[in-house]
Design a protein around this ligand. Structure first.
Ligand SMILES: [Zn+2]
Length: 327
């Protein structure tokens, strides 16, 4: 018997984990050649269904983030740039607008990016209201490379950063943690919070590698762990035990956000690390233990990278099985 539902005094079953997503997130696309494709969300859906865990996880539609929400992290110029260039593509012969060599907009990108940030915001509200213990945002475009001023690296707005700042400014939290296990360094998240010690960021990432940042700790609350190519799960687990967990316990976050990228998977050609599903499950278990000790279990996890479709689907399911106590 699965145990992810708990009984209330009113005998009502409450699901403890929800998935936030929206069909708009599949309408943003950057060309058939591009690895950050709508097929990624479909692969996750397919794996959720075939693993038969979808029936134990609540489904919620992502709302649209308001401009004021985006501007908790991003400059008004950075927000207007996405909005205006996407709008200009509607009804024009031009299909894409290139922000850089591999970050493009289509006519749906503004809407998709607001859904992606909106998912993280709504998940944060629901978790802080006690409706859910935790949530996973199955969204794209991803966010962790988007700095306050610049959308880059397939990312338009920094979904996790926007939600973390929302938790602090709108809900009054004093300490949060952002955990980033994508194969790439979350330079956008670091740029957003490097002057804000209320936010502890812990990460590992392949180095030297795109975006070629993060190898020096600018502040004690930015715990970056650069790792060489071909690093596998045993070394990552040691790093989590030796570096992440002491820092997380010392910070005692009231809520935890995860930049959940799965491109450090052994089968993912975007990077050269060698994690497998069991490593993602193990990392998630450690995060759950910290959250339950300090943060009433509160976790909002947002999809970042992960480009091998089968490995992505399997890794997300491994992550969700832990979040929803379905192991
Ligand atoms: Zn990545």
């Amino acid at each position: 018997m699965y145990t992810n539902a708990r009984e209330t005094a009113f005998d009502k079953i409450i699901m403890t984990t929800a998935i936030y997503t929206h069909a708009d997130c599949q309408r943003h696309e950057m060309g058939d050649w591009h690895p950050e494709s709508p097929l990624r969300l479909q692969a996750i859906e397919d794996q959720l269904i075939s693993s038969r865990i979808d029936q134990f996880i609540e489904r919620r539609e992502a709302p649209l983030a308001e401009i004021a929400d985006l501007e908790r992290i991003h400059t008004d110029a950075a927000v207007a740039r996405i909005r205006d260039h996407a709008a200009a593509l509607s009804g024009s012969d031009q299909k894409y607008y290139a922000l850089d060599g591999d970050t493009l907009l289509n006519a749906h990108s503004w809407q998709a990016a607001r859904r992606a940030a909106g998912a993280a915001l709504a998940a944060t509200d629901a978790v802080l209201a006690g409706e859910l213990e935790n949530a996973f945002c199955s969204v794209r475009p991803p966010g962790h490379h988007a700095t306050p001023t610049t959308s880059m690296g397939f990312c338009l707005f920094n979904n996790v950063a926007i939600a973390a700042r929302h938790a602090i400014e709108r809900h009054g939290l004093e300490r949060v943690a952002i955990i980033d296990f994508d194969v790439h360094h979350g330079n956008g998240t670091e740029a957003a919070f490097e002057q804000d010690p209320r936010v502890l960021m812990v990460s590992f990432f392949q180095h030297p590698f795109y975006p070629f940042s993060g190898s020096e700790n600018p502040q004690p609350h930015m715990l970056n762990e650069p790792l060489p190519a071909y690093t596998a799960g045993d070394a990552v687990r040691r790093l989590v035990n030796d570096k992440w967990l002491p820092a997380l316990h010392a910070h005692a976050p009231q809520m935890i956000f995860i930049s959940a990228g799965f491109d450090a998977h052994r089968e993912d050609d975007m990077g050269q690390m060698a994690l497998v599903e069991a490593d993602y499950a193990w990392i998630t278990r450690q995060i759950m233990a910290v959250a339950r000790q300090h943060a009433q279990g509160r976790i909002v996890s947002c999809l970042e990278g992960g480009y091998h479709l089968s490995a992505l689907g399997r890794s997300v399911v491994a992550h969700l099985k832990v979040l929803a106590d379905l192991e």
